[in-house]
Design a protein around this ligand. Sequence first.
Ligand code: UDP
Length: 402
Amino acid sequence: MRSVEDYRKIVGDGAISSIYKKARKLYGKHIVNINSTYQGGGVAEMLSSIVPLMNEIGIEAGWRILHGNPDFFSITKKFHNALQGEKINLSEIKKKLYLRTNQDFSTFTHINHDVVIVHDPQPLPLVRFYSKRQPWVWRCHIDLSSPNEEIWDFIKEYILRYDLVIVSSEKYRKKDLPVEQRIISPAIDPLSSKNMEIPASMIKKYLKKYEIPFDKPIISQVSRFDKWKDPEGVLRVFEAVRKKVDVRLVLCGSTASDDPEAWKIYSKVEKRAEPFVKSGDVILITIENDILVNALQRISSVVIQKSKREGFGLTVTEALWKGRPVVASKVGGIPLQIEDGKGGYLVESQRPEEFAERIVEILKNPNLGETMGKNGRERIRENFLITRLLSDYLDLLNYLYE
Ligand code: UDP
C-alpha cells in the first residue's frame, strides 16, 4: 500500500507535512464514500487512491457501492445525460425505480459514520432514507452548468437535504441552490499503475501484447465509449490527419459497469472504423488495463480528448502528467488543465478539421510537442495530484468539525 511520504519526491516535504498537520484533528473519524461503480470512469479511479491514503493517515474511510439492476443504470444514465443538458421523458416509473433502488440499499447498508460523502446522482436520494445524524456531502463530478430544468428540479429536492455540495469548477456553482458549495478539482495519483513511471521495455511489452505496432506515430483517445466523449468524432479527426501525416489511431475505451449505452456507441464506431481496422491503422480496445493505458499515453505523439461535455477530464490530466501534448475540446474542466498553446491546444469548435490541423502541427514539429509536454506536466504537478486532493478533503472534514 502506498503511503503519503511516498509522494515526497514529487510534491516536496512542505505538502506532505501540511497533510499530516491537517489530519491531526481527524484521527479515528469514521467517514464513508458512496458511489455506484468500482471501476470505469474517473470517480472510481480517484476513490481507489484517496480512500486507502485517508486510512493511512489515521482517518477511518470506507467505500460502499450502490447496488442497482440494469434498468436502474439505464435510468440514471438518462438522468446523467439530462443533467448535462439533454431532453428526458421524466416518467413516474423512472422516478420510482430510482428512489426504490436507493431505499432498498438503505435498508441493508447501515450508516453510523461521522461524515457521509455521496458521489454523483445515482446514490443522491439515499439521504432521504436515513435519520440524519451526521453531515452529508454531495460530491458532484459532472458538468451542471446547463441542465435540463425538469431533472434539475427533481434532483434538487434531494440535494437540499445535504449540508454541503462539492463541484469540480467555479463554472459549475449553482446560483439557484441555497446549499453551501465548495470547489474541489479532481486529481490523479502519480504512483498508481496507470500513472507511475514505467521503463521503455514495459511499454513495448504491453504494446505487443495488445497488438499495437509502433512503426508510425500514434494518436490516441482513452475514454469510455460514450457520446459525450465523441469517439466517432475522433475517427473523423483521424481521417483528416491521415491526409497530411501517416498515423495510427488507438481508441481505448472500457465499458463502465454503470454505463448501459457504451456497447451501442461502440458498435457504431466499429462500423465506421471497419476499413481502417482491417488495414491496422485504427485499433479499438475495450479491455480495461491500467498499465496498457499508461503505456499507450506514454507512446502517443499526441493525445486527443474530443469531448462534447466533460466534468473534468482525468484522461487529460493523465496524459499531461506523462509529458504528452494534448489536443482537446475547450469544455468542462479541460481549460483548467491546458493553457492553450502551452500544454497543448484547446479547440473551441467541434470541427474535426480544426483538431486535425492542431495535431498535424505538433506531429510535424516534435520539439513543440516535447515543450508542450513539459509545460503540461508541471501544471499537473502543481495543481492536480492526489496529495492536493487529499489536502482539500482534509480541509473539508476539518471545516465540518469546526
Ligand atoms: N479509463 C480507463 N480505461 C478506459 C477508459 C477510461 O482506465 O478504457 C480511465 C481513464 O484513464 C481515467 C478515467 O477512466 O482515469 C476517466 O476519467 P475522466 O474524468 O476522463 O472521464 P469520466 O469517464 O469520469 O467521464
